[in-house]
Design a protein around this ligand. Structure first.
Ligand SMILES: [Zn+2]
Length: 73
C-alpha cells in the first residue's frame, strides 16, 4: 500500500498515511485533528540519482579509424 505525505496548514505538521491508491486524493486529517491539510508530492519513485543517468557522448568522436592514431600520416 503506497504512502502519502500530507502537511497540515493549521499547525504545520507533516505526517504520513498509508492508504489505497483509490483514496489517494481523499482528505486527510492531521494527527492533531485539523482538517486543513494538503497532500505533498510523492517520493516513492525517486531513488538517488534520478537526473543525468546517461553518459554524455562527445559529438564527432573518433570511430576507431586508422587516422585517429596518426598511423596514416
Ligand atoms: Zn494540524
Amino acid at each position: 500500500m503506497p504512502r502519502y505525505d500530507f502537511r497540515c496548514r493549521s499547525c504545520g505538521a507533516t505526517f504520513e498515511l498509508s492508504r489505497p491508491m483509490a483514496q489517494a486524493n481523499d482528505p486527510a486529517v492531521c494527527p492533531q485533528g485539523h482538517q486543513d491539510t494538503v497532500k505533498l508530492l510523492s517520493t516513492v519513485a525517486v531513488t538517488g540519482a534520478a537526473a543525468g543517468g546517461a553518459p554524455q557522448q562527445a559529438p564527432g568522436g573518433g570511430g576507431g579509424g586508422c587516422c585517429g592514431g596518426g598511423c596514416c600520416g
